[in-house]
Design a protein around this ligand. Structure first.
Ligand code: ADP
Ligand code: MG
Length: 292
């Protein structure tokens, strides 16, 4: 690529909110055939809202929310934020948590009000050997609506569910159509549950879903596809996504996301929606065409 054509593309990109790190990123993106997108914060707004708290018998809804939110004050995860805001909206007074521990891709644990509390997904329940009991079916039907469901465990007992929903960004569906039309294979990767992932993906016309992906396995997924001969772009926003962005032929960071994600990426999308990916791809292909 000539320095001139790269400069032109970089300038046009910047005007459209697409920040291009270097010539190499642009050259590589023109050759990409597979795009992996993280669900939360990439396809969706990334600001989940509390939908419901369900208590198992012997437990109280507000109590469960108090314990969960008290614990989540120590977490920076968007799900934690939804729970804390949800508790505030219900005027629930939070307590101090101790022994806080974040389990990446699974949830959080700690002590609140003299009780040991764990909050997270099915993998977390497995780790601590707690059976979801009757809450399991309830969780599934909420997930089929596209909600993310977290189990709350109090002193070793499944005490309740916290359900949140993260709306899909307005621009996502149309941008996906354009990406498909550009000949890209689109894969959704998420740490979320398979049922939740499927409910969201179906609405968007994504048929390749990798759910229950632990953060460290996102990079492995990129590598696996590369070994199959795919040229992979990966779009994500989280701290967790950084290794996958670095492994990909092209990493695409959402500008609204974590700094490490941005550092690992060849492209940064200022507005942080998929429209930026469509623009970046068009720019890359046009630049490379002019050079040949
Ligand atoms: P994503 O791919 O959607 O960004 P993560 O890898 O961050 O997902 O998290 C995967 C799952 O782990 C979440 O869907 C949630 O069930 C659980 N989890 C992670 N962090 C937390 C937290 N702070 N509180 C509750 N659950 C959590
Ligand atoms: Mg994420």
């Amino acid at each position: 690529a000539t320095p001139m054509s790269i400069m032109t593309a970089t300038g046009r990109g910047a005007q459209a909110g697409v920040l291009i790190k270097n010539a190499e990123a642009l050259e590589r993106f023109a050759k990409v055939d597979t795009l992996i997108v993280d669900k939360t914060g990439t396809l969706t707004v990334g600001k989940p809202e509390l939908q419901a708290v369900l208590a198992a018998s012997e437990f109280d809804e507000d109590d469960i929310l108090m314990l969960a939110a008290s614990l989540e004050r120590g977490s920076e995860h968007p799900l934690a934020d939804a729970i804390v805001r949800g508790a505030e909206a219900r005027d629930i007074k939070l307590q101090k948590a101790t022994d806080f521990d974040a389990v990446t891709g699974k949830g959080v644990r700690g002590k609140v009000d003299g009780k040991s509390v764990a909050l997270g997904n099915a993998k977390l329940l497995e780790d601590i050997e707690v059976d979801a009991g009757p809450l399991a079916d309830e969780a599934d039907s909420r997930r089929d609506q596209g909600e993310t469901v977290m189990f709350v465990v109090v002193d070793g007992k499944a005490a309740g569910l916290i359900c949140v929903a993260d709306p899909v960004k307005e621009t996502t569906a149309e941008a996906l159509k354009a990406l498909h039309k550009a000949g890209l294979q689109v894969i959704m990767a998420t740490g979320d549950n398979a049922r939740t992932a499927k409910a969201v993906a179906e609405k968007l016309g994504i048929d390749d879903i990798r759910a229950d992906v632990l953060p460290e396995n996102k990079a492995a997924l990129v590598k696996e596809l590369q070994e199959q001969g795919c040229r992979v772009a990966m779009a994500g926003d989280g701290v967790n996504d950084a290794p996958a962005l670095a492994q990909a032929d092209v990493g695409i960071a959402m500008g609204t996301g974590a700094d490490v994600a941005i550092e690992s990426a060849g492209f940064t999308l200022v507005k942080g929606d998929l429209v930026g990916i469509v623009k970046a791809r068009t720019l890359a292909v046009a630049t490379m065409r002019n050079i040949k």
